[in-house]
Ligand binder design. Structure first.
Ligand code: HEC
Ligand code: HEC
Length: 244
């Protein structure tokens, strides 16, 4: 019950801390704000230092389970370090609205303000992911073959395109449990795409592919380049320069 007390404390702490921080930007969609913050962090070590400090403070309680810098030592708890921030954001929303079930994460996620989420996901996105454990080489080799059908979305190196999760070096135990949740539709995770992708896999296949995923070298999250179909950001009419 100590944990529950900590949780209540944290919720209060987050609620108080965030109020003054959300001001000017809050009209923009949250994803835009995340990407802008990430770009700012990448441009300036000073900004990163600030974000790291705020993020680490916000993540103090999270680190009980997710480890320092988001490198969880518990193999049933996902590493958050170097995770795609848009994916993290999406998962927090899924916890909050009950699409994804987790005793701890659901109430926690409901308590976050937009500003909390931005601070947390950018902090985690730019933390370095620790290497995974290397399991049985035969299992990994079998898993590598099976991974061929995962590459289209999660990438050859485990760092998928745009919104997809960065799964490289993720704990095999977590990956295995997650794939079983999708395959067997236990109700913990709901995603028709992943359910379809795991339909043909036996328990042994899932163990193998999970061992391969954990054995992959960790990948840094790459900020997605603007899609060609999106309006170019440089044509901002209000950005008039002062030179006349
Ligand atoms: C008591 C342990 C515990 C604490 C504290 C905790 N988490 Fe979690 N978290 C988990 C577990 C376990 C999961 C995996 C849930 C599942 O898939 O069944 C998880 C999953 C997540 C995920 C989904 C990641 C993914 O790759 O799918 C996010 C995001 C997350 N937590 C964020 C946070 C944040 C932010 C905090 C702190 C405010 C936090 N968690 C605190 C245990 C915890
Ligand atoms: C067609 C695209 C697609 C393919 C192919 C695919 N996935 Fe996924 N995967 C997704 C999507 C979308 C999600 C997010 C699901 C959600 O929001 O719950 C996901 C989530 C996951 C997660 C959860 C990550 C986390 O941190 O919560 C794991 C692990 C995963 N996939 C592994 C695999 C493996 C292994 C394969 C191959 C057997 C595979 N995926 C094939 C689209 C795909």
């Amino acid at each position: 019950m100590k944990l529950l007390k900590q949780a209540i404390f944290l919720v209060l702490f987050l609620a108080l801390g965030c109020a003054q921080a959300q001001e000017e930007e809050e009209i923009l969609p949250i994803e835009t704000r995340v990407n802008a913050r990430l770009a700012a962090v990448d441009k300036s070590p000073k900004v990163w230092e600030k974000v790291r400090k705020v993020g680490a403070e916000r993540a103090l309680f999270c680190s009980v389970c997710h480890g320092e810098d988001g490198n969880s030592k518990k193999d049933n708890v996902p590493k958050l370090a170097a995770q795609n921030p848009v994916y993290l954001l999406d998962q927090l929303e899924k916890f909050a609205d009950g699409t994804r079930k987790s005793f701890v994460m659901q109430d926690l996620a409901k308590s976050f303000s937009d500003q909390d989420k931005i601070d947390l996901v950018v902090y985690y996105a730019r933390s370095s992911r620790a290497i995974g454990a290397i399991g049985d080489p035969e299992l990994i080799a079998r898993g590598k073959e099976l991974y061929a059908k995962c590459q289209g979305c999660h990438g050859e190196d485990g760092m998928g395109a745009s919104g997809y999760a960065n799964i490289a070096a993720q704990h095999a135990t977590f990956v295995e449990a997650t794939l079983i949740d999708f395959r067997d539709e236990t109700g913990n995770r709901n995603n028709p795409v992943m359910t379809a992708m795991t339909q043909g896999l036996s328990d042994a296949d899932i163990r193998a592919v999970a061992a391969y995923v954990e054995s992959m070298p960790p990948k840094k999250f790459e900020l997605v380049k603007p899609q060609p179909s999106e309006p170019a950001t440089e044509t901002k009419p209000e950005a008039v320069s002062s030179e006349e």
